[in-house]
Design a protein around this ligand. Structure first.
Ligand code: NAD
Length: 317
């Protein structure tokens, strides 16, 4: 692949430098359809070869399958070549356990599946489904102990509703939460994370943006069956795909260039299931310039539903 290297950005105050495009490993758990194990392993190797150094997974993806497949891929890769993030607390569609006992055991299970001696970033997964007060009072202190024991290096929280971040960060001591992982809120059809970035910057928390393709909405093949968006959101995104196509362009490329252009977002995680997709996405970010004309046209198609989302978690969160 011709051109310059994939840039890196500092991740909050962690001292980590992460590639602006990160490898989302949920497809390795067959979350977006069946995948050949070899394709997933090769996709990880291709990503690292092309300068992607940030990889995110969770025991939830494919009921541990994604972690197991990722572990196979990482077995012979030098540990300093990647920054690895996995999660605790979510173990099934409706299975959550953020207790100190469960998350402590969970980290040991993840270490074994991933074939590593430490996890760089451990994140509480989709905390809006649990009690935010339990996260503050029990889960984060348990993870802090694992930090002290050297099993994890940094701690994060993830989830869909943006207000969960303020709730937690306003109630914990500085340095308790090193990073947040927000998803589906910084893409062509939903930019609401943008308003929270100054607050996160002030708190010294690193920002990971996930799902720049809105979990498949901004792809030519469209979203998976389980996608939670309304038919209106799905329809608007489909229109955006068609507008790009009518100019001989791919909306996926535009979406990746848009998301990675914001300097206050350290890294953008995209789900990638094959070496060819990894190559296309790195190429889009490294060598492509944002097509402002196409962006304007796509924006006008999406503007009636800009920032429209869907419910997630307990109503009180
Ligand atoms: P995404 O927006 O990255 O979309 C992924 C889908 O787009 C997959 O079907 C993938 O095959 C497809 N795709 C990627 N590049 C493509 C290309 N060039 N052409 C056509 N299709 C392409 O959504 P995602 O995978 O849900 O998010 C990325 C990662 O972020 C996840 O794998 C996960 O690691 C993380 N994430 C975390 C949370 C959380 O912690 N709560 C939530 C969502 C995502």
């Amino acid at each position: 692949m011709a051109g310059t290297a994939l840039p890196k950005r500092k991740l909050g105050k962690t001292g980590l430098e992460v590639s602006i495009l990160g490898f989302g490993a949920s497809p390795l758990g067959n979350v977006f359809g069946d995948l050949k194990e070899a394709d997933g392993v090769e996709a990880v190797h291709e990503a690292i070869r092309l300068g992607i150094n940030f990889i995110d997974v969770s025991p939830f993806y494919g009921a541990t399958l994604a972690e197991t497949n990722l572990g196979k891929a990482l077995k012979d890769i030098p540990r300093d070549k990647f920054v690895l993030s996995t999660k605790v607390g979510r173990y099934g569609q409706d299975v959550f356990d953020f207790s100190a006992e469960r998350v402590t055991k969970s980290v040991d299970e993840s270490l074994a599946r991933l074939n590593v001696e430490y996890i760089d970033i451990i994140q509480c997964h989709d905390i809006e489904y649990g009690s935010l007060d339990q996260i503050i009072e029990e889960t984060l202190p348990a993870l802090q102990k694992l930090k002290e024991a050297g099993k994890v290096r940094f701690i994060g929280i993830t989830g869909l509703p943006l207000k969960i971040y303020k709730y937690v960060l306003d109630r914990v001591a500085p340095g308790t939460v090193d990073v947040v992982l927000s998803y589906c809120h910084y893409s062509l059809n939903d930019r609401s994370l943008g308003d929270l970035l100054p607050y996160l910057e002030e708190k010294g928390v690193g920002v990971i943006n996930a799902s720049p393709l809105s979990m498949g909405l901004l792809t030519e093949q469209g979203p998976p069956d389980w996608h939670p968006a309304s038919d209106e959101i799905k329809g608007a995104c489909k229109k955006a795909v068609e507008v790009a196509k009518s100019h001989g362009k791919n909306v996926t490329t535009l979406a990746l260039q848009f998301a990675t252009a914001n300097p206050f977002i350290a890294t953008t995680l995209v789900g990638m299931a094959s070496p060819a997709i990894v190559r296309a996405n790195v190429e889009a970010v490294v060598n492509g310039a944002l097509d402002e004309r196409l962006l304007n046209e796509v924006e006008s198609v999406l503007s009636p539903l800009q920032n429209a989302s869907w419910p997630s978690g307990k109503p009180e969160n």
